[in-house]
Design a protein around this ligand. Structure first.
Ligand SMILES: [Zn+2]
Length: 94
């Protein structure tokens, strides 16, 4: 028998956006409320390519779909030099 554990979270539950460098694995955590612009490198100055994430003239839902597809694409992650993780509080169990 296989058990599966899944979490369903809303965007409002995301606390921080975490960038992890592909080269050195350093993680940079930015609180969602302070996240206003992309980063160009990790603290150890390994370059990150963030301009390929540009999404212009798209509805919010179209932009969300494109963003999720790109950030989850292993080829994009390799080419950009980083991957993105989302941090949120574990839900309370009743
Ligand atoms: Zn690095």
């Amino acid at each position: 028998m296989t058990f599966e554990h899944r979490l369903l979270v809303g965007f409002e539950e995301i606390k921080t956006v975490v960038f992890e460098c592909n080269t050195c694995k350093t993680r940079v955590s930015i609180p969602v409320k302070e996240f206003t612009a992309g980063l160009v490198s990790c603290p150890k100055r390994h370059g990150w390519v963030t301009n390929s994430l540009a999404i212009e003239r798209a509805t919010a839902f179209d932009a969300l779909a494109m963003l999720i597809a790109r950030l989850g694409d292993p080829i994009f992650q390799e080419q950009s030099g980083f991957r993105v993780l989302l941090d949120f509080d574990s839900p309370q169990r009743d």
